[in-house]
Design a protein around this ligand. Structure first.
Ligand code: SF4
Length: 411
């Protein structure tokens, strides 16, 4: 089905009431990822500062889960204390990691401290030792390793995310296929479309109107002229390969009405077969119901093994009705399938900031990944602009700026 916002639920998240808060412990990492938004400037944050930020989130953000990010959070010396502090304040700590430092022993300790789950970032542009030059399909072996490790510990959710580059876009179905085959261990997949600036063709203007050196940002490259992948394209390639997949909710852009900045789906199936996806009605009930009962909006389902009761939502959701029919047909043909466990797995797509011709950026409306900088909430994907230049920069075409400067200089 072609994407249409009228068929999707717009997530009710906002600045002060959002399912997610983004906590950064360090800007140091043990791996270089091409798509990373962070570079080493200050190192590990003092633990008291981190705890202050956790309390800030509790007071101003009302999150269901706190994404513990960086840099690489697993190399932060007080990681157990951080996890325990978040859990004590009745928020769910989720670690966003490249997992290189993860061991079964550490996993056990993290769980004891109150960890809810992991989002493990693996993709083919990471330059991982021993995995360089591998395709996304080949990297499924590494994903499998961590999925098994997290599953063996039990009681933790495991989401896998990857950055999507123009060169790896066509490999998305290989990752989705792997996730589907491991629906009993993998709670979700996230695809983040790569964005960068090109220093040879762009200039950046800071808040004080001065031109700043854009190449100081880790997410700017010397040269880039490929066409960025968009969320609707990611959606389409998944749907072309997996017709049971469909999106149920979205977040738009801050500047463009047609943007799909976040697109989320929850598809339903067993280890052998997928039956369909939930629609906008289920998404709305899940968000409103969680908020009414628990006081927070929902980001992750803690239990993926949902069972046939999910089909009760057929009463309000035509998409679930179609999935229920498909399941029933399958069970009639193969009665043994009645006993196969039914799971729900989320698939998220994120389209990172898009620079518009006037230099402003179309960001994610109600950005779920806001973090604390200088006592304020800022979009984590652009925090280095605050750290280096005092605020978000406008990115303009170098040739155009040069031409306008010449014209302005003419008498
Ligand atoms: S605007 Fe927010 S959600 Fe969107 S890419 Fe940036 S940090 Fe992530």
């Amino acid at each position: 089905m072609a994407l249409d916002k009228r068929n999707l639920y717009r997530m009710p998240w906002s600045m002060n009431d959002n399912a997610i808060a983004w906590l950064e412990l360090t800007d140091i990492c043990n791996l270089y990822c091409e798509g990373c938004y962070r570079q080493k400037i200050t190192g590990h944050k003092p633990i008291e500062e981190v705890k202050e930020e956790i309390r800030f989130f509790k007071r101003w953000r009302n999150p269901d889960n706190v994404s513990i990010a960086g840099g690489e959070p697993l190399i932060y010396p007080n990681i157990m204390d951080v996890v325990a502090t978040i859990a004590e304040l009745k928020m769910k700590p989720v670690i966003l990691t490249n997992a290189m430092a993860l061991t079964p022993e550490m996993l056990k300790e993290l769980k004891k401290a109150g960890l809810s789950g992991f989002t493990v970032h693996i993709d083919s542009h990471q330059n991982r030792p021993h995995w360089k030059g591998k395709t996304e399909k080949e990297l499924n072996e590494l994903r499998q390793h961590y999925a098994e490790m997290i599953n063996d510990e039990g009681g933790l959710y495991a989401v896998f995310n990857s950055t999507v580059y123009p060169s790896s876009y066509h490999e998305i179905p290989d990752v989705v296929r792997w996730g589907r085959e491991n629906i009993d261990k993998v709670h979700g997949l996230v695809f983040i479309t790569y964005r960068t600036g090109a220093a040879d063709t762009s200039v950046a203007v800071a808040v004080d109107s001065k031109i700043v050196d854009i190449s100081k940002l880790s997410y700017v490259r010397d040269h880039f002229e490929e066409k960025f992948v968009t969320s609707p394209e990611v959606y389409q390639i998944i749907q072309d390969n997996f017709p049971e997949y469909d999106a149920g909710c979205y977040l738009g852009g801050t500047l463009r009405v047609e943007s799909y900045k976040w697109l989320a789906s929850a598809w339903i199936g067993t280890k052998k077969k997928m039956y369909g996806s939930v629609g906008k009605q289920t998404m709305e009930v899940a968000q409103a119901g969680h908020h009414a009962l628990k006081g927070t909006y929902l980001a992750y389902l803690s239990e993926a093994k949902i069972g046939a009761k999910v089909f009760l939502l057929s009463a309000i959701d035509p998409s679930v009705r179609r999935a229920a029919k498909s399941w029933l047909k399958s069970v009639v043909r193969h009665p043994g399938q009645l006993f196969d466990s039914i799971y729900v797995q989320s698939i998220g797509i994120i389209q990172a900031p898009d620079i518009l011709p006037d230099g402003r950026a179309d960001m994610c409306d109600s950005c779920p990944d806001m973090t604390v900088w200088d006592g304020k909430l800022v979009n984590s994907c652009r925090m280095d602009e605050y750290r280096l230049f005092g605020g978000m920069v406008s990115v303009l075409d170098k040739a155009k700026v040069a031409q306008e400067t010449v014209m302005a200089d003419q008498p």
